[in-house]
Write a protein that binds this ligand. Structure first.
Ligand code: BGC
Length: 521
């Protein structure tokens, strides 16, 4: 019988932290144009609306940077719970806000949560997942993000018909629901076995591994012991090296991985996806699309649906091909969108609109622009969206994982923040050329990935250390050295034959696990 609490359900629950990021992405876009919002906050424009919108990204940046400290000291699980609690407070402050200042404070608080959860959920997921499906497990975070965007967009649309401040207060209050579920649900979930081991809670680490990997919670299962042994070896090696984990982030050996994970998150923003997510309405209006609500909601649905193949097959495709093909695909669709706008567009005669370039009287071109915008979204959902979260925790050793992922997530938020500010004026001043700029960023991302990013699929987190140290030159192949590894299976065989022993398993008295123990916080 399949038990209810397994790697999938635990990760799907943890991914609610990702859903909060999705809620955050669309929490402003759905209310910003409503009369109720404009009237209550005295028509915030320019710097005022900029402060309201970017308060969330600012909070997220601080949250991401503090995630490593909280995630390492209190545990991944407890730090995610702190994030969920902050989100609830932030949502309450926003929905009760009596003016711009209170709204900004509420958004900073909620942003702190998003920074924490967006860094720690992928770490937690990748540390509990077996290597064969680690990509699938972590892509649940991206799936939850896409759901969050979609659900919040529809809630805000529905509430826009309420003729009072409830039209924005209700959607902001409803945001607490997933956070409460996440906060409470985590009490029943185990800690990351790798985090437990790093705190010398070895018995618990072994029990959690047995719970996650063996149908009978068998702590003597050779595969469980093999994984345990790997964690044990890695931690003792790390302790022998006696490195200072903060300084180590910049050591010659590690720095290239930290920079790579920061770059992957930065490129995922520079793909141009958020031009579509945040400003699709401007693009559609300038392209002459009549039904904006329908056209934008289709985009959010495509984003969610196209994440599904990635969840199912990313462990087969590999990360490197997804990033490379994703960058080329995004580049193609963005150049096409820009080219069509250039060829069929003209200056907008109506002043005071967010866009200065429009397409009129070219229905076929309008449909083609819409199609290529959708295809860009689909391409991102299949590639950079999930892999952007999956890759950073995979490529660094345990002792610096939380710190390195925090920097990578911070790089996502800095880029996100900068684009949030830069895209509206750029759309006004350089119009269709903006798409060429993002198209070019994708080519740069392709080149960077081609030369620096190895394949990580199906490797144990510990094996990746070896790949970075002694791997073959990447540029020689598209797949980047992705031959499957069977190191764990070999270890399991040795343990089964009694050739190899873990240091701690001898001390374990019980063969079967009391499930309550692993749920203890
Ligand atoms: C990115 C967001 C983006 C979202 C779209 C996430 O991975 O970090 O910036 O809006 O995907 O689905």
């Amino acid at each position: 019988m399949v038990r209810l609490l397994n790697v999938y359900t635990i990760s799907a629950f943890a991914a609610l932290g990702g859903a909060l990021l999705g809620f955050d992405i669309s929490s402003m876009s759905g209310v910003i144009g409503t009369d109720q919002y404009q009237k209550y906050y005295s028509n915030p424009l320019g710097i005022h609306q900029g402060a309201i919108t970017s308060a969330m990204a600012g909070g997220s940046l601080v949250g991401a940077l503090s995630s490593s400290f909280l995630g390492d000291s209190l545990s991944r699980k407890v730090a995610i719970q702190i994030g969920a609690a902050l989100w609830c407070i932030g949502a309450a402050v926003q929905s009760a806000s009596n003016g711009i200042v209170m709204l900004v404070i509420g958004r900073v608080l909620a942003g702190l949560c998003v920074g924490l959860t967006s860094s720690l959920v992928p770490i937690y997921q990748s540390e509990i997942a077996p290597r064969k499906i680690r990509g699938r497990i972590v892509s649940l975070q991206q799936f939850a993000i896409t759901w969050g965007i979609l659900v919040q967009y529809f809630i805000e649309y529905g509430c826009s018909f309420l003729d009072s401040t409830a039209s924005f207060r209700v959607p902001w209050a409803i945001q607490t629901v997933p956070a409460v579920v996440l906060f409470v649900g985590l009490f029943w979930f185990p800690h990351s076995p790798r985090w437990l081991a790093s705190k010398d809670r070895w018995d618990e680490a072994l029990r959690v591994l047995a719970f996650l990997r063996s149908a009978n919670n068998d702590v003597n299962d050779p595969l469980v012991l093999a994984e345990y042994k790997e964690v044990e070896d890695q931690i003792s090696q790390e302790r022998e090296e006696e490195s200072n984990s903060y300084l180590e982030l910049f050591s010659r050996k590690i720095r290239k991985r930290v920079l790579l994970s920061m770059a992957v998150q930065m490129w995922s923003q520079l793909t141009g996806m958020n031009v579509m997510m945040y400003y699709i309405v401007y693009i559609l209006e300038s392209a002459g699309i009549a039904n904006l609500m329908l056209a934008s909601s289709i985009q959010y649905i495509i984003n969610m649906v196209m994440t599904i193949p990635s969840i199912l097959w990313t462990d087969k495709w590999g990360r490197r091909p997804a990033l490379l093909i994703g960058a080329i695909g995004m580049s193609f669709w963005l150049f096409l969108t820009g080219g069509l706008l250039m060829r069929y567009g003209e200056f907008n005669p109506v002043l005071n609109q967010p866009y200065t370039w429009i397409v009129v009287g070219h229905p076929a071109a309008t449909r083609a622009i819409l199609a290529s915008a959708y295809l860009a979204v689909a391409t991102f959902a299949l590639s950079w969206g999930p892999v952007g979260w999956m890759y950073p925790p995979e490529i660094v050793p345990l002792r610096i994982r939380a710190k390195s992922v925090a920097l990578a997530t911070a790089s996502n938020w800095v880029s996100n923040f900068a684009l949030g500010f830069a895209v509206p004026p750029l759309l006004r001043y350089i119009q269709w050329r903006l798409f060429f700029v993002f198209g070019s960023f994708n080519i740069a991302a392709f080149i960077h990935v081609w030369f620096t990013a190895p394949e990580t699929k199906q490797r144990t987190l510990e094996e990746l250390d070896e790949i970075f140290e002694y791997g073959e030159p990447l540029w020689k192949s598209f797949l980047g050295g992705q031959r499957g590894s069977n190191k764990l299976d070999m270890l399991a065989k040795d343990i089964e034959m009694g050739v190899l022993r873990t240091n701690r398993s001898a001390h374990m008295e019980t063969k079967h696990v009391n499930e309550n123990i692993i749920c203890r916080s």
